[in-house]
Design a protein around this ligand. Structure first.
Ligand code: NAD
Ligand code: UDP
Ligand code: UDP
Length: 324
């Protein structure tokens, strides 16, 4: 095979997908971006449209799709709680039916396929930090289950297509990732806090803010998943990709206020159901197998993200769902 591959990125117009497309186009690959624009907009990839090795298709992955490709990165899925809970049945369909269609394509094309899984497969973890061997503490019935259980089912499908049909798969468990091109109205904590700080409105901390998250900068994350795709075929994963730097949500709020010089005040809102109390990736496996570790510290990544949020007009963004 030539070094230049035909690569499909589903969810390619999203926050992470658009950056991945950019990287792969710059490497000279033939990149097909498939997206239904549920939680993103075309402007994330319009700068790539005049590149001869980039192609954009509006398509919903719950429906079959026939393309000839060498690699598939499956990133299509709403990722922010407000987005994935808006139509929970559709979220589950996207993870399950979408994975089946793309695995069917990978099987037919003998393509390599990577699944963007999530730290949510660990649920509200009792083991800290979380290694890949931890099986998770999940509520199958709660409002987060459409996403968490959908992603868990997708992992199962990937392993079964691998074992039963010899499909060359990769599974990456992504921990909270942030950066430029996050949707300002996605309701995630980093985008909410920065938008609120820049608008000078109250910063909404859910609960007492003692719950923790570990935040990975976009570029580090994308480097990690590209390394996983290109890693040895014997290592199908799952592998955690995230930044072990762990912060309370209150610490994050104070950081954003300090870095933006905002006059915004912290207000407390009720903690959503099943909100995990702590989360930190154990990245030993990624270090050993992929030689990967994050390089961007939270302050540095936040500074870049704040600059990007300052550079855009929030009015240009369509809020995907009413519940941001
Ligand atoms: P995002 O919402 O910006 O991107 C998801 C993209 O998928 C959007 O462009 C959306 O329009 C598209 N999409 C959704 N449903 C689709 C469907 N049925 N058919 C076609 N396209 C569809 O979110 P993101 O943060 O870029 O997340 C990308 C992937 O990474 C997701 O699969 C998400 O679950 C996973 N992930 C992200 C994080 C994070 O912190 N950013 C953490 C864990 C996992
Ligand atoms: N599929 C697809 N694109 C392809 C190949 C398959 O969308 O290039 C879909 C196909 O419609 C099927 C699913 O993927 O529903 C699973 O394919 P598989 O070959 O595993 O199953 P089968 O066709 O035997 O049900
Ligand atoms: N959060 C918050 N205020 C907000 C948005 C989120 O305090 O405006 C909290 C949320 O309750 C959770 C954490 O920040 O504890 C991360 O939330 P996010 O939706 O970004 O991701 P996830 O919960 O899926 O990790």
């Amino acid at each position: 095979m030539s070094q230049h591959k035909r690569i499909l990125v589903t969810g390619g117009a999203g926050f992470l997908g658009s950056h991945l497309c950019e990287r792969l186009v710059d490497q000279g690959h033939d990149v097909i971006c498939v997206d239904n624009f549920f939680t993103s907009q075309k402007t994330n990839v319009t700068h790539l449209l005049d590149r001869a090795n980039f192609e954009l298709i509006r398509h919903d992955i719950t429906h079959p799709l026939y393309l000839e490709v060498d690699e598939v990165y499956n990133l299509a899925c709403p990722a922010a709680p407000g987005h994935y809970q808006y139509n929970p049945i559709k979220t589950m369909k996207t993870s399950v039916m979408g994975s089946i269609n793309l695995l069917g394509m990978a099987k037919r094309c003998r393509a390599k396929i990577l699944q963007a899984s999530t730290s949510e497969v660990y649920g509200d973890p009792e083991v800290h930090p979380q290694p890949e061997s931890y099986r998770g503490s999940e509520n199958t019935l709660g409002p987060r289950a459409c996403y968490d259980e959908g992603k868990r089912a997708a992992e199962t499908l990937f392993m079964d297509y691998h074992r039963a049909n010899g499909v060359n798969v990769r599974i990456v468990r992504i921990f909270n990732t942030y950066g430029p091109r996050m949707h300002p109205f996605d309701g995630r904590v980093v985008s909410n806090f920065i938008r609120q700080a820049l608008d000078g409105v109250d910063i909404t901390v859910f609960g007492d803010g003692s719950q923790t998250r570990s935040f990975c900068y976009r570029d580090d994350l994308v480097e990690g998943i590209i390394r996983m795709m290109n890693g040895p075929d014997e290592f199908v994963g799952p592998v955690n990709i995230g930044n072990p730097g762990e912060f309370t949500i209150l610490e994050l709020a104070q950081k954003v206020i300090a870095m933006t010089g905002s006059k915004s005040k912290v207000v407390h809102k009720p903690l959503p159901a099943d909100d995990p109390t702590q989360r930190q990736p154990d990245i030993t496996l990624a270090r050993e197998k992929l030689g990967w570790a994050p390089e961007v510290k939270l302050d540095e990544g936040l500074a870049k993200t704040i600059e990007w949020f300052k550079s855009v007009d929030f009015a240009d963004f369509r809020a995907p769902t009413p519940n941001y």
